[in-house]
Design a binder for this molecule. Structure first.
Ligand code: ADP
Length: 360
């Protein structure tokens, strides 16, 4: 059948384009329906083992409403936190070999960004998201290599809200405003003034995450409200000294829970909400532009257009590796937001397949 012919052709195209993508990976994660959501109506038609995703337009049932996407991986709603982390573990561990890595979660509010990065509130070890698992993994491996390489693992946490960088680990809760790194400082701190704490045990990991989450809630009536409008960045700094040769290596891991990507209707918001929405739009589109420039090997990469891309500049591009979790809410009522999320993801991954049409 024609539909299958187009899918097969698209697969071939995708494999050719893979070559161009270099160090940028896109993983799509579909969150489950939440308990009590009534009779759910999903837009997700098909999730393939090879990273294929087919979504259906609820207002156009039938083949004409189908659209096909292809990412490096697509997770169905049943994927566990442990499964997700086991796929990214090699990327996380490469930081100990001196790589810079950025992992982002992108999607509309409620699509599971925080679930993927941090886990649900008050989570047990089984529910831990990427942040906890990555930190825990890095310090454990660094200890296991103790005889050969002496590692120091330090953590910073900042939030970018309305283009201001705030320290989430400051002990005075003052949320002081911070400057950001000059771009020449390759291996130093991303944010020179932000508090940095060493990680030497699992309990350090938990304590730091707790402090960060508490500070994120300061000054906002509801944590959810504020956290959906700011980007939070956990940065793990690794310094390793080879005990035989004396050579030193540096690696950074940035774990970024982005602000909600939903469009805000400009005619309906004013004042603070409008300002927030404008800042979010600007920084997310700047991030998209930077990653797109890198994916398409453009000679000019526009890092200077937002605090987010400025802050991550030394960890985006070059030898650095980037992974984006693209989060989807499967509900039919979220169809148009999900489509804009998927189009963004398609753009940054450099792979655009278009409609899965039956006609040729
Ligand atoms: P976001 O950070 O994008 O606003 P959340 O991470 O807060 O979204 O997720 C919204 C809700 O969905 C939360 O109640 C969260 O616990 C739940 N959720 C998200 N992803 C999953 C998942 N994979 N499994 C179970 N529950 C999930």
């Amino acid at each position: 059948e024609n539909y299958h012919a187009v899918l097969t052709e698209n697969r071939k195209l995708f494999n050719e384009l893979q070559e161009l993508k270099g160090n940028i990976r896109v993983f799509c994660r579909v969150r489950p329906f939440l308990p009590g959501q009534g009779a759910p109506n999903t837009v997700v038609e098909y999730v393939g083992e090879d990273g294929e995703l087919v979504v259906t337009n609820p207002t156009r049932p039938g083949k004409d409403g189908l659209r096909q996407f292809k990412f490096n991986k697509v997770y169905s709603p049943t994927a566990t936190q442990a499964e997700v982390f086991s796929d990214i573990r090699p990327l996380v561990r490469s930081v100990l070999d001196g790589y810079n890595v950025c992992i982002f979660a992108y999607g509309q509010t409620g699509s599971g960004k925080t679930y993927t990065m941090s886990g649900p509130d008050g989570s047990s070890e089984e529910d831990w998201g990427v942040n906890y698992r990555a930190l825990n993994d890095l310090f454990k491996i660094s200890q296991s290599r103790k005889g050969n390489i002496s590692y120091e693992v330090g953590v910073q946490m900042v939030e970018i809200y309305n283009e201001q960088v705030l320290d989430l680990l400051s002990d005075d809760n003052s949320q002081k405003k911070l400057g950001i790194l000059s771009t020449t400082q390759q291996n130093g701190l991303a944010v020179p003034d932000a508090s940095m704490y060493p990680v030497t045990s699992t309990s350090d990991v938990i304590t730091l995450m707790d402090i960060g989450l508490q500070n994120r809630a300061v000054g906002s009536t509801a944590l959810n409200e504020r956290s959906s409008r700011s980007h939070s960045i956990v940065t793990v700094h690794v310094r390793g000294k080879d005990l035989k040769t004396g050579s030193v290596l540096y690696g950074n891991l940035h774990l970024v829970d982005l602000a909600g990507s939903e469009r805000v209707d400009r005619s309906e918001v004013t004042g603070d909400r409008l300002r927030e929405a404008q800042h979010i739009n600007k920084s997310l589109s700047s991030l998209g532009d930077v990653i797109f420039s890198l994916a398409s090997k453009s000679s000019h990469v526009p890092y200077r257009n937002s605090k987010l891309t400025q802050l991550l500049q030394t960890s985006l591009g070059g030898r650095a590796k980037t992974l984006m979790f693209v989060q989807l809410n499967p509900d039919a009522t979220s169809y148009s937001e999900s489509m804009s999320t998927l189009k963004f993801a398609e753009r940054v991954s450099g792979v655009e397949l278009g409609a899965a049409k039956t006609s040729k």
